[in-house]
Write a new protein. Sequence first.
Length: 115
Amino acid sequence: MPRTLDEIDDDLARAVFRAVYDSPVQKRRRRIAVALLVIKHLGRGLVMIWPVYVVLLALWLVPGGGERGWYVLALTPGVIGWLLIYLRGVRRDYARHIAGRLLEPEDYRKLLFNG
């Protein structure tokens, strides 16, 4: 059976594909794949932005650091922007690797390491 809807020409085969695509097993596999993509992209982002968190922790722990709450507020737009950029990557990977496809359990490994 073809793995994407675009590969099918026959109406009966399309109906069977849609039935399998809408099955609870495939929905669960898509949810797991999305969770893995979020973990992958946020993990990559945390590796790149960890110095910001170290600076925030240092400012919080130094004496009088609680009085510098404005610094945390100043960094908030940057962290929100970082999250939006990485979640856009999740959406792009979802459209490229998950949407409109029948997923198998071995596809999880491909999502994490090859995508």
